[in-house]
Design a protein around this ligand. Structure first.
Ligand code: NOJ
Length: 618
């Protein structure tokens, strides 16, 4: 999907909050530079998102499944993954490919059985990999028994589990979405729009009422003002925690409450792809109540040792992001997603007009803010997920060569794994999978791509099957008909081919995750941003815990060679005798030392176009 992030950013946050200043206070900068020996697992985690339909098909039906995931745990362990987040694999009519759940305590037969899930958990533990599930709390499927019951009458036991409304009287039976209610013709109570096009209100004849849905009409919103709903959802959470999962990624968590006034929302002034006026979701997203809810949910999860919560959060700035951690007394999310660095367009046009997002200024701003303005909380950097065009395509331009694009992907990977943040990797990003947007409407699977065609082509492009081998169906399935077509670049972009190429993105990623675990500065070090006015090259130091050595990272974000002069004594108070290259995109060892067993002192480096350079300060 081309613009879900932008829509979500506007929809799931309070747009009126002011932009935070980019210059941290000296105290914030000093605090960020201090190493910490905190061993809490998720603070260092490489989290890997698996879209189960697309990862590995074990039974030849063309759809990925749990046994497929189990069969690839060796690969994930080798890649350095600490935890996998599995997108919803519960029973579902699959309108939104699992994000419409009809039973929170079982596995969809397309993906396997509970026994398969338990085997996956056990095997993952043997591979030192934790499992995080996707918990979709905002809505259920319209085929969930709760909704079927709720929709059947106004008096059933679940009557008040969803957001029902009589609507507003109208004298015009031909008005859009007009229906005959018990007391005459009615239209929806307000102008709220669905994020997935059209009105957010859907009529149900059996109740002669509308229900509210933030997403598809097959995803009715639950009514969290009814305590029975919260209890049922917390029971589902306990069900999986008791089974042994290490936590959850909370889907669309900002949208679980709606303003009971049901007033109109301001309009954005745009029509969605179906032609409906979009409302700005000020009364349907990020209401204060959600923070109290998260505190209660956190209490449930905290009863189990070592568990954690990731939140799907899109915020307009770091101040808003900070609010999702809660406070020391009232914690909320361990890792709200920091999507500013990976998706936010605010740094646009600062230094690189051809490619506005890939600029030193953009990266510097959001890394600095994440490291200094989150009150010491761990950021979770995200560049890719199943809702957005892959970063390979967003951070590059069509006229760049494959090699340039690959080097840009290496820059992104370097930022993901060498800052102090926890990291999120979407399956396939580690091999440079590209977005394969459908070119014909009849091929589209994602409903928003069908209703929105051609303006909105949906999210199929970023969900194509994982490319394992250069062989048939890229080794994803034995079935000729996979649920989405295999990307046509699979012969070169696949794990098997890349594992034998020492310069591949896959090998680069493996090297980085290994270094992140084994190098004390990358694991526990603080961070000092360097050379802050350099418009072309992003440089930072990970400071070293006692007895270890700092690590320098320099990334050339331009298509030209760039020479940098880093006076580390002046910039970071670090006396340098030599820089020992740990690795770099080209043979950058020559920039720091002729032969890395004989490191030579230098602080002047010329970095080739889009080069990454990682060196130990000695
Ligand atoms: C966000 C999920 O990431 C997306 O895939 C889904 O369609 C919506 N939430 C609705 O659950």
């Amino acid at each position: 999907m081309r613009n879900l992030t932008l829509i979500l950013a506007a929809a799931l946050t309070l747009p009126a909050l002011a932009q935070t200043p980019t210059t941290p206070t000296p105290a914030q900068t000093a605090a960020a530079a201090v190493p910490s020996a905190d061993t809490t697992w998720w603070k260092h985690a490489v989290v890997y998102e698996i879209y189960p339909r697309s990862f590995k098909d074990s039974n030849g039906d063309g759809i990925g499944d749990l046994n497929g995931i189990t069969s690839r745990l060796d690969y994930l362990q080798h890649l350095g993954v600490d935890a996998i987040w599995i997108a919803p694999m519960y029973p579902s009519p699959q309108v939104d490919f699992g994000y419409d759940i009809s039973n929170y305590e079982a596995i969809d037969p397309q993906y396997g059985t509970l026994a398969d899930f338990d085997r996956l958990l056990k095997s993952a533990e043997q591979h030192h990999i934790r499992i995080l599930l996707d918990m979709v709390m905002n809505h259920t499927s319209d085929k969930h028994p709760w909704f079927i019951d709720s929709a059947s009458s106004r008096t059933n036991p679940h009557a008040n589990w969803y957001i029902w409304n009589d609507g507003k009287p109208t004298s015009d039976p031909r008005a859009p979405n007009a229906h005959k209610g018990p007391h005459g013709w009615v239209v929806p109570p307000n102008n709220w729009s669905s994020l997935f096009q059209g009105s957010a209100w859907e009529w149900v004849e059996s109740r002669r009422q509308f229900y509210y849905h933030f997403f598809y009409k097959q995803q009715p919103d639950l009514n969290y003002r009814n305590p029975a709903v919260e209890k049922a959802m917390f029971d589902a959470v306990r069900f999986w925690l008791d089974r042994g999962v290490s936590g959850f990624r909370l889907d669309a968590i900002a949208t679980i409450y709606e303003d009971p006034s049901l007033k109109d929302e301001p309009l954005t002034g745009h029509l969605d792809a179906s032609g409906f006026p979009e409302s700005n979701h000020t009364l349907t997203s990020d209401l204060p109540e959600v923070h109290d809810f998260l505190q209660r949910l956190h209490n449930v999860v905290a009863k189990y040792p070592d568990r954690m919560l990731i939140g799907e959060i899109y915020t307009p700035n770091t101040t808003t992001l900070r609010s999702w951690y809660g406070t020391a007394d009232k914690p909320e999310l361990e890792l709200p997603m920091d999507t500013l660095l990976g998706f936010h367009k605010e740094g646009a046009g600062i230094t690189n007009a051809a490619n506005p997002t890939l600029t030193a200024a953009h990266f510097r701003k959001y890394i600095t803010e994440a490291e200094t303005e989150l009150d010491g909380h761990t950021p979770l950097f995200v560049f890719d997920n199943h809702d957005n065009e892959r970063s390979w395509d967003r951070f590059t331009t069509p006229n760049e060569t494959f090699e340039q694009k690959e080097n840009i992907a290496k820059i992104i990977a370097t930022v993901l794994y060498t800052t102090h943040a926890a990291s999120l990797t979407y399956y396939g990003a580690e091999i440079g999978m590209t977005t394969h947007t459908p070119t014909r409407k009849e091929d589209v699977q994602d409903p928003i791509g069908i209703t929105g065609w051609p303006k909105e082509k949906g999210r199929d492009g970023e969900r194509t099957p994982m490319q394992w081998t250069p062989g048939p169906q890229a080794g994803f399935s034995t079935n000729l008909h996979t649920w989405l077509p295999i990307g046509d670049d699979y012969k070169t972009i696949n794990t098997q081919t890349e594992s034998t190429d020492p310069h591949s993105l896959l090998r680069w990623t493996e090297n980085l995750t290994t270094l992140r675990r084994s190098n004390p500065a990358l694991h526990d070090g603080g961070i000092i941003m360097l050379d802050n006015t350099n418009a072309s090259v992003l440089s930072y130091i990970r400071t070293a815990p006692k007895g270890a050595r700092p690590v320098l990272i320099s990334l050339n974000m331009t298509a030209q060679p760039q020479t940098i002069h880093l006076d580390l004594a002046a910039m970071a108070g670090i006396a340098v005798h030599s820089l020992k290259s740990l690795f770099g995109t080209e043979d950058l060892s020559t920039f720091a030392c002729k032969d890395c067993t004989q490191p030579a002192f230098t602080t002047d480096l010329t970095l080739p176009p889009y080069a990454s350079f990682i060196a130990e300060v000695q």
